[in-house]
Ligand binder design. Sequence first.
Ligand code: PHB
Length: 389
Amino acid sequence: MLFVSFASFVSKALLVGIASTTAAQAEDKLRVGLMLPYTGTYAALGNAITNGFKLQVEGNGGKLGGRTVEFFTVDDESDPAKATENVNKLVKRDRVDVLVGTVHSGVAMAMAKVARETNTLMVVPNAGADELTGPLCAPNIFRSSFSNWQSSYAMGREVAARKHKTVVTLTWKYAAGQQSVDGFKEAFEKEGGKVVKELTLPFPNVEFQPFLTEIAALKPDAVFVFFAGAGAVKFVKDYAAAGLRTSIPLYASGFLTDGTLEAMGEAGQGLVTTLHYADGILNAQNQSFRLRYAKAYKVQPDVYAVQGFDAAQLLDIGLTAAGGDVTRRAELQKAMETAQIASPRGTFTLSRAHNPVQDIYLRKAEGKENKLVAVSIKALADPARGCKM
Ligand code: PHB
């Protein structure tokens, strides 16, 4: 009797022991929540970010800050209406340590609100919403990509330098489109140009025909647009098919032609854009990144892959400084704030508002590549208007 109860005590103790070790091991994993679009017009962007992020983690032995990474994934569909519910799946249900996302500015702003309220560490690997590193800036929110202002501001200067005087803009009517046009206009009008008409259509509509008819009638010197992903492919093809490529030069931030050139075919050739990445950047980081990425995924990387890769690099720097402990916030955030990120785009640092201070390149689409033409603006920092931190 005594023996039996002793044996059952031992086996129970063993079971409890095993269970708690398993729990402890599971707790030891770093829970990373990826909230990205895997369907819809930005699906390819979400996939490239995921690939870039995982490439860096795999190169690190599956770890960030010395801790094995466990991924939790949500498809946000680039739908702001579902954003709060989606981010709560990661924060409340999956209890992630870190949030990584997303592509769409409107969705990212809803994510950032939850990240602030719950003090969850968040890295934005694309969405350019100026607010994220402006009025909504926060100690726990970082960006490995750009602000909408940054890449289009550079294009405003380039178009003015080409002696174009009048421009019509066209974009989707949401934060990224509006802020890209604002950044472009700020620089273009400072140099003496005039934006004569700002045309918009709802995201992610691709019925461009009436706008192309209007542009043809307005006859501006040039057109500036913000489109990306599948919508960008459709727009560029429609612009060419309407016969406008030969009569009115088309300019854009480089999201138009990153990851889309193959699908655009002839219509994409020769497009001139500005962005914080170009395919042929000659530095050791870029060369090794491109080789590793092509080997792992059998496709060439684009700016989105770079931003995903750098989000993981940035987190690794922070977590390593904090001994892998996300709760050691002061050390973690300080390391991220002062990091020199060895990016394929060229080494960059973060601004006071946690946005990359980076070179913006002038590029030209040739074959399947956005070839580097020149550095358009060196070490451009977002003005971080409204950030109090
Ligand atoms: C954005 O919504 O901020 C956005 C989306 C796609 C891009 C760039 C910016 O390529």
